[in-house]
Design a protein around this ligand. Structure first.
Ligand SMILES: NC(=O)c1ccc[n+]([C@@H]2O[C@H](COP(=O)([O-])OP(=O)(O)OC[C@H]3O[C@@H](n4cnc5c(N)ncnc54)[C@H](OP(=O)(O)O)[C@@H]3O)[C@@H](O)[C@H]2O)c1
Length: 244
């Protein structure tokens, strides 16, 4: 297991080619991290690397096709350690027709690959005796959705799985932290559909996410006011919710 060099922290961001992951990658190198960045779009990874060739290492792979454990092991060896892993890759589409291809590709990334990556990371941190896992779930995981059923269900799975890992981390008595970031709307390619409100810029969202990471929070809403929506959603009676 590679030892982290003194002074410089090591991070991996899965899904760093655009949106929240890409912004977080830029913010982490400014905060003296060496960062392994991943995604399928090689040119986007190369653009980021050009901005700081020393502190970015690229690994281009599709989380639903490759062996994630192997890819992560290689990348950790390249950056020589791992203190923080941020899982920001995610997909989902509006799917009122229940087209199975959409549901299937959503589950392959948000459920199957997610599980493989967070489980590998947790085991790595347990062996190492410390570490911080962060995953970007969504406010969408709070309730089901007739418009994007697999997306909401997969985010509910992530929220629940991360809670399980937090419980498991507590049992180890090791300094292992698991942070669940639940954004509302952030202005990325992912934000789809009508009626969006309280849309945060990527810059504002990532600044808040960095604060949550530094404070090692268990759960964080981005932007902060989405915590209110989560409380409202959780408390809304089924009779009302089902008519919406
Ligand atoms: N934007 C919002 O309003 C919002 C709200 C709540 C939650 N979220 C969550 O935030 C996370 C980040 O999304 P974003 O808004 O930043 O959207 P985004 O710009 O579309 O970013 C998604 C990232 O996932 C990567 N990705 C997609 N499929 C992949 C695959 N098969 N293998 C490897 N990487 C893959 C993409 O890279 P490649 O395409 O290069 O592979 C990209 O880097 C997602 O989990 C999303 O569900 C977003």
């Amino acid at each position: 297991m590679p030892q982290t060099e003194n002074g410089m922290k090591k991070a991996i961001i899965i899904g760093a080619t655009s949106g929240i992951g890409s912004e977080l990658a830029k913010i982490l190198v400014k905060n003296e991290y060496k960062v392994g960045i991943t995604g399928r779009r090689k040119t986007e990874l190369e653009k980021l690397k050009e901005s700081d060739p020393i502190n970015f290492n690229i690994s281009c792979f599709d989380c639903t096709k490759e062996n994630n454990a192997e890819e992560l092991t290689k990348l950790v060896n390249e950056i020589e350690g791992l203190d923080l892993l941020i899982l920001s890759s995610g997909t989902g589409d509006l799917n009122e027709q229940l087209d199975f291809n959409i549901e299937d590709s959503t589950n392959k990334l948000n459920v199957i690959a997610f599980t493989e990556i967070v489980a590998w990371t947790f085991n790595y941190f347990e062996k190492q005796g410390k570490g911080h896992l962060v995953a970007i779930s969504s406010i969408a995981g709070i309730r089901g959705s007739r418009i994007a059923p697999a997306y909401n269900a997969s985010k509910a799975y992530q929220i629940n799985y991360l809670e399980g890992l937090r419980q498991k981390a507590k049992k180890t008595k090791l300094p292992i932290y698991v942070t669940d970031i639940r954004p509302g709307f952030v202005d990325t390619d992912m934000a789809k559909g009508e009626g969006q409100f309280w849309v945060a810029t990527k810059e504002k969202a990532t600044k808040q996410i960095l604060g949550l990471i530094k404070r090692k929070k268990s759960v964080g809403y981005v932007s902060k006011r989405w915590r209110l929506i989560s409380i409202l959603l959780k408390g809304l009676p089924n009779g009302i919710y089902n008519r919406m």
